[in-house]
Write a protein that binds this ligand. Structure first.
Ligand SMILES: Nc1nc2c(c(=O)[nH]1)N[C@H]1C(S)=C(S)[C@@H](COP(=O)(O)O)O[C@H]1N2
Ligand SMILES: [Mo]
Length: 249
């Protein structure tokens, strides 16, 4: 495990600033300065809530200040991420499929939506209980594309240009894996990976790739960004949170 490097990006709050990893205290101070906070740093929990809502740049971002609205940390391994909206967003499904398909946001919204309320758990220890996610089951998109018999895995790519993730085909077909359009009963904001992110409910949150733009069916697992840096491909939370399912196979 290379926990230090994963932990380091958690200081990477401002989306448009290049931030070397592993300089949390300094960058945290920088971020606070940029946001005009001159008082002594608040408690960690309050800091997360404050930065989370500020980073969202969403008129309804005030929810970040509500008792149950905080707890998330902003993560991006890319220093800047373009914004996509209903006009510019596209999701490409390709690879070992009979019908490669490109979806718009409207296309995805028109499909049946599944809502799930589970705990979010980052591998570095922070956790946000009872977080609603809503979107299209990944299995539905795979079925529509017609997965070929030689397929074994999925590779996910993101429009940040850097992050990647992977699942085995069996994992990808689980009912609790979504192409998510909404989180906490709001459209996904940019800072949380909007307009569309992957949501892998039974696994650590690094599996839930933000700013999802590509779903490629492959013949073997290609390790994702953090997996190339030592994290498990099979990132089951298991019973560690006392609630989520064990792997079924
Ligand atoms: N594209 C992209 N997706 C990503 C990440 C990232 O850096 N880039 N970080 C992962 C990690 S380690 C976590 S904990 C969650 C954080 O999601 P959040 O920023 O909505 O809290 O996103 C995951 N998905
Ligand atoms: Mo994470």
């Amino acid at each position: 495990m290379n926990q230090d490097r994963h932990e380091g990006v958690d200081a990477d709050h401002p989306e448009d600033r290049g931030t070397p990893v592993g300089r949390r205290v300094f960058l945290g101070t920088l971020a606070l300065g940029a946001l005009g906070v001159v008082a002594a740093p608040p408690l960690q929990r309050g800091l997360e809530g404050f930065l989370g809502s500020a980073a969202d740049q969403d008129p309804t971002g005030l929810t970040g200040l509500l008792p149950n609205g905080g707890g998330f940390r902003y993560y991006s391994v890319a220093s800047s991420v373009p914004r996509k909206n209903a006009g510019t967003y596209r999701l490409r499904v390709d690879g070992l499929v009979d019908h490669p398909t490109t979806y718009t946001l409207a296309d995805l919204r028109a499909l049946p939506q599944t809502r799930m309320v589970r705990d979010v758990q980052c591998v570095t220890g922070w956790r946000v209980p009872d977080t609603p996610f809503e979107g299209v089951r990944l299995s539905r998109l795979l079925d529509a594309a017609g997965v070929r018999p030689t397929a074994r895995a999925i590779r996910f790519t993101c429009f940040d240009g850097t992050y990647t993730e992977s699942l085995t085909l069996g994992q990808a077909r689980r009912a609790d894996v979504l192409v998510a359009l909404r989180m906490r009963d709001k459209d996904l904001g940019h800072s949380h990976g909007g307009p569309v992110r992957l949501y892998v409910a039974p696994m650590y949150f690094y599996k839930s790739a933000k700013w999802l733009s590509g779903i490629t069916v492959t013949d073997e697992v290609r390790p994702g960004y953090w997996e190339e840096r030592g994290y498990d491909v099979d990132a089951w939370v298991g019973r560690s949170n006392g609630r989520d399912d064990e792997p079924t196979s």
